[in-house]
Design a protein around this ligand. Structure first.
Ligand code: NDP
Length: 333
């Protein structure tokens, strides 16, 4: 049973040296637990925050302990009445090939509804994040302009498509020409900007949004957000989803102070955490699944093969290696 533990806390960008592979014995499930074999692992930007030894909404990872995160697995041993051997489940047992997990921490996956990997992406944490950020805070309307940063990522591509579903003009910001082409040609985004090659982001946003910005779904923060915020409209809504451009910074990012712009535009900027919406997950997942079935919502997964490539897949999030949800395939069902 191979496991990956946090060997040291990253300083700046995470590197392979921060992670260590250890060999553990096969865990024995206690009462209320089942033995699960990992099939897929999710790697997510928020995990970088848990690698710091600072207080946040999720507790820091302890050194030399298995890194916890989203996973899909198959029950291989169970004496619990509610889960049978062979059942496919999702939970947060993290970077290990086998785990003994409390049945109360597992959700059963219906593989007839969608491919199982969707439960870590479009129908899982990232799809739901896009859904609630848009539904509860962004509230885009027909004819409005929506800007999404991190637009080719797991959350961003769903958020942008939700904008399209309601009839908004959608402008995406992403880090490569290939990603921009995908968003425009496959997902129907109206304009897509490559922030790595755009000389003047503020001017580019102004040109891309002739009627200003009504909703800015922010996944990245930093200079990109400063540029977008300069163009918000009266009563703009800004779901503050993530700030990935700052996650590897050792010193706080000092940038534009947008208060005056928020004030004079009577705009709403609101941070949100997916964990606060757990009561509505069922409803959100049903809505996303319906859109997928109707062909209104598409998603992309970037799957690397092999448990040993998990750290590499995680590190790649910060250089934009992924189009859509980054996953690691550990084993076949
Ligand atoms: P993504 O799939 O979007 O992967 C990360 C992407 O971020 C990369 O592909 C890269 O794309 C982009 N990126 C990396 N570094 C930078 C940078 N310095 N500046 C701009 N873009 C950068 O990840 P997720 O969809 O899982 O997450 C997106 C955001 O949502 C994250 O900030 C995450 O923390 C947040 N989040 C928040 C939640 C909440 O509850 N509020 C829940 C889940 C996620 P590119 O090539 O375009 O640079």
């Amino acid at each position: 049973n191979k496991q990956i533990v946090l060997a040291s806390r990253p300083e700046g960008a995470p590197s392979k040296e921060n992670f260590e592979f250890v060999e553990a014995s096969l865990p024995e499930p206690e009462a209320g637990q089942v033995l699960v074999r990992t099939l897929y692992l999710s790697v997510d930007p928020y995990m970088r925050g848990r690698m710091k030894d600072t207080k946040s909404y999720a507790p820091p990872y302890a050194l030399n302990e298995v890194i916890k995160g989203g996973a899909i697995g198959q029950v291989v041993e169970s004496s619990e009445p509610n889960l049978r051997k062979g059942d496919l489940v999702t939970g947060m047992w993290g970077w290990q090939q086998y785990a003994a997990v409390n049945t109360t921490d597992l959700s059963l996956i219906d593989s007839d509804e969608a491919p199982i990997t969707a439960y870590l992406g479009a129908l899982g944490l990232t799809g739901l994040t896009a859904y609630f950020g848009m539904e509860d805070i962004g509230k885009p309307k027909d004819g409005e302009t929506v800007v999404v940063s991190g637009a080719a990522g797991a959350v961003g591509m769903i958020a942008g498509q939700i904008g399209k579903i309601v009839g908004a003009r959608v402008v995406g910001i992403a880090g490569s020409d290939d990603k921009c082409t995908y968003l425009k040609e496959k997902l129907g985004f109206d304009v897509v900007l490559n922030y790595k090659t755009e000389q003047d982001m503020s001017a580019a946003i102004e040109k891309a949004c002739p009627d200003g910005v009504d909703v800015y779904f922010d996944n990245v923060g930093g200079d990109i957000s400063d540029a977008v915020l300069r163009h918000i409209n009266r009563n703009a809504r800004i779901p503050l989803c993530g700030q990935i451009s700052s996650y590897n910074l050792e010193k706080p990012d000092i940038g534009m102070r947008p208060q005056t712009l928020l004030l004079t535009n009577t705009a709403l900027m609101k941070g949100f955490l997916l964990g606060d919406y757990t009561k509505s997950f069922k409803e959100g997942r049903a809505k996303l699944a319906k859109w997928i079935q109707e062909g209104k919502l598409q998603y992309e997964e970037n799957i690397v093969e092999g448990f040993e490539r998990t750290p590499e897949a995680f590190i790649g999030l910060f250089s934009g290696d992924n189009l859509g949800k980054q996953l690691v395939k550990v084993a076949d069902p």
